[in-house]
Design a protein around this ligand. Sequence first.
Ligand code: PAF
Length: 290
Amino acid sequence: MSPRSPSPAAAPVARLGDLAALRAQVRAWRASGEGVALVPTMGALHAGHLALVRQAQASCRRVVASIFVNPTQFGPSEDFSRYPRDTERDIALLAQAGADAAYLPDVAAMYPPGFSTTVTVAGLDAELCGPIRPGHFAGVATVVTKLLLQCLPDRAMFGEKDYQQLQVIRRAVRDLDVPVVIEGVPTVREEDGLALSSRNVFLAEAERRAAPAMHAVLREVAEAVRGGAGTAPALAAGRARLAAAGFGPVQYLTVSDAETLAPLDRVAGPARVLAAAYLGRTRLIDNVAV
Ligand code: PAF
């Protein structure tokens, strides 16, 4: 499900190129008594991001989306340089979705020389993607904390597709008393179940055909463990099915506590099935509620 091409008739989106412009805009909205929602993004927008904008509009009069490809959340061998970037297309899509402003800080302004503060959410970053992507969640928590403090929105929207990221952000905001409500937004999927991701453009045709198997496996595991059966057999069957569909390596397929992300042998409360695996050179992650 790719977003419609930008419509020329869409209302213009204010471009806020630096922190002073962001703060002046938010101050003006506040002076008129208008609530503000922030949708943090790294650009390469798709229908999943536009769902975040729509949810933001449902709760606040004004919506600002940030577009910032954050270097500190990419490891040295990850895809920072090949991460898709097309700001003009992104802004046209934001206009079409009805966002009011795009905040477009640059790397030098976000991380000036001497920048030396990091937000680390201990524990949550020891699970799942944490050990596989060292430093990733510290990069996310740090940039999101900065964006929240820069904008001081009433609410901020994040997709459930990056479920561990959502939990890390919720915990950082809670621990640091950042005055914002964090809203999780359900994953938007293609008709065949593939979760929308900016990285899906990297999938070759055969990989794209194989990719929906991840969502199918997650659902099967969720179904199998829902009644309290041990998780191990369903996870073993799921891993085998992912391998048979062409995924490899499968970095994890787990059933985890929905808040702490600790792996579960058996489900007794809110839980999530989560997976990360490569299809060719592209790393896919996804999750579903049990
Ligand atoms: O989910 C993303 O796109 C990024 O991790 C975020 C939250 C915008 C921080 O850079």
